[in-house]
Design a protein around this ligand. Sequence first.
Ligand SMILES: C[S@@+](CC[C@H](N)C(=O)[O-])C[C@H]1O[C@@H](n2cnc3c(N)ncnc32)[C@H](O)[C@@H]1O
Length: 247
Amino acid sequence: MISEEDNILLIDKKGKKYMVKCRGKFHSHYGVLDLNEVVGKDYGIKIKTHRGDEFIVLKPTFIDYIEKMRKMPQIIQSKDAAMIVAITGLNRGDKVVEGGIGSGALTIFLANVIYPGKIYSYEIREDFAEIAEKNIKEHKIDNVFIKMKDIYGGIEEKNVDLVALDIPEPEKVVENAYDSLKFGGFIFAYTPSIEQMLRFREKAKDYFKIKTIECILREYESKKLGTRPKTLMVGHTGFLTFGRKIF
Ligand SMILES: C[S@@+](CC[C@H](N)C(=O)[O-])C[C@H]1O[C@@H](n2cnc3c(N)ncnc32)[C@H](O)[C@@H]1O
C-alpha cells in the first residue's frame, strides 16, 4: 500500500517517467494530479489529471531511482554498473570498498546487489558526500558507510570482495587494494580516458590478472517504415578495467 512517505514513479501516456513524493499536487504537461488520491492504494493504479489524461503509478526500482535522483559529479551509468556484477559475480553479503562516492549512483546500485553486505565509500568532498547521503537516505538503504577520507591514503577494510574506483588516479590505490582484497576478489577502475586507463593497467598488471572492456549500448526503435537502431546513442562513457587477485 502506498504511503505519503513513499517516492512513487508516475508514467505519462508517452512513457515519460517522474519520481515524486506521494503528497500534494503534481503539475504536468497533461494537467494537475492530486496525489492524495493515491495514498492507501496499491501500486499499479491509474490516476487522471484534471484534464482527464491518465498516469500509471509504480514503485520505483533502484534503477528508476538512480535515473531520477539528484546528481552532481558524473555518475557511472547503470549499464556499466551492471557489467561490474557480470564480471565479478558480486553477490548478496559481499563486502565492497568504493572510492569516491560522488552522487552515490554506483553506491546505490552495488548496495542493492550485495544487501545485507556492506559498502564502505571513501570521499574527500563534503558537498558530494552530502548529496550522496541524501540520495541513499531517500532510497532507504542502510548498508552504506560513507568515510570522509582520501582513499589514496589507505584502505582500512580487510577481506574485501571488490574495490571499485571512480577517481582520477586509480593506479595510486593498487597496492592498498591488493592488501585489502581477499583471494579471488576484484579491483575495478572506471576511467573516461585512454591515458587514465593505460596508467591504471600499467600499475595493476603486476598485482592482478587484468582486462579492460567498454560497454556500448545500442537501442532499437520500431516505426511505420521499419525497425532500426536509434539515430542517437551514447558513444562513450568510460573504460572498465577489472583486476582479479589470483597471485
Ligand atoms: C566521478 S565522481 C564518482 C561518481 C560515482 N561513481 C557515481 O556513480 O555517482 C568521483 C568522486 O571521487 C571523489 N574523489 C576524488 N579523489 C578522491 C580520493 N582520493 N579519495 C576519495 N574520493 C575521491 C570526488 O570528490 C568525486 O566525488
